[in-house]
Design a protein around this ligand. Structure first.
Ligand SMILES: CC(C)(COP(=O)(O)OP(=O)(O)OC[C@H]1O[C@@H](n2cnc3c(N)ncnc32)[C@H](O)[C@@H]1OP(=O)(O)O)[C@@H](O)C(=O)NCCC(=O)NCCS
Length: 174
């Protein structure tokens, strides 16, 4: 299982000790507006899934650590889109760190891992149509809008990018 580093972030594996930090994030109504806030039990189940998915599939969610403060400020990585075999990019960051380019920075590292390390052919991303920040991150990393779709019980916009289209130098962090 790899750990990644970017200019401002360390993407490391989750451990059970991350529960309180993850719960603070997953129970925050504003942060989880488009994903639904999670209870302690749901967060514990998510944390276990974040840990186990790596062991089963060589991909998963990293804990996002802000290097300057050493704080766990979110999670980002790859997963399987709503019971399909498609691999999706996903991210959640603490609201104190929004709009600094960190979501994009973590996403670029994730796509580099997906395309260059584990050689995926295609990665997708979905968002609630009203989730402007998420859509902006998806667009900034160069993913292309394909369709309106329905996943996780909601209407979503669906974007994708193929390995041959991935150009990390063109992704905009700012
Ligand atoms: C989605 C998320 C990870 C983005 O992280 P981030 O670090 O703020 O992302 P970035 O700073 O890289 O980019 C955000 C972009 O959205 C833009 N943006 C944010 N809110 C906006 C708004 N209300 N209107 C217009 N643009 C907005 C920012 O200006 C920025 O674009 P820019 O660089 O062109 O100026 C963060 O907002 C988050 O954790 N949201 C809650 C969880 C979530 O919804 N996850 C996604 C589920 S699909």
């Amino acid at each position: 299982m790899p750990e990644l580093e970017t200019a401002r972030l360390r993407l490391r594996y989750f451990t059970l000790d991350d529960f309180e930090d993850l719960f603070r994030l997953y129970s925050d109504v504003e942060v989880m507006k488009y994903l639904s806030p999670r209870s302690r039990e749901q967060t514990q189940a998510s944390l276990i899934k974040h840990i186990q998915q790596w062991q089963e599939h060589n991909l998963g969610m990293w804990a996002v650590v802000h290097k300057q403060s050493s704080k766990l400020i979110g999670r980002c990585g790859l997963g399987f889109l709503d019971n399909t075999h498609e691999v999706e990019l996903g991210y959640v960051l603490d609201k104190s760190y929004w709009n600094l380019g960190l979501g994009t920075e973590a996403s670029i590292a994730t796509l580099n891992y997906g395309f260059l390390t584990i050689k995926l052919k295609r990665i997708v991303a979905i968002a609630n149509p009203q989730n402007i920040a998420s859509r902006r991150v998806i667009e900034k990393v160069g993913m292309k809008y394909e369709k309106l779709a329905y996943y996780y019980g909601q209407d979503v916009v669906y974007y994708a990018i193929s390995q041959s289209e991935w150009q990390p130098d063109k992704a905009l962090i700012g």
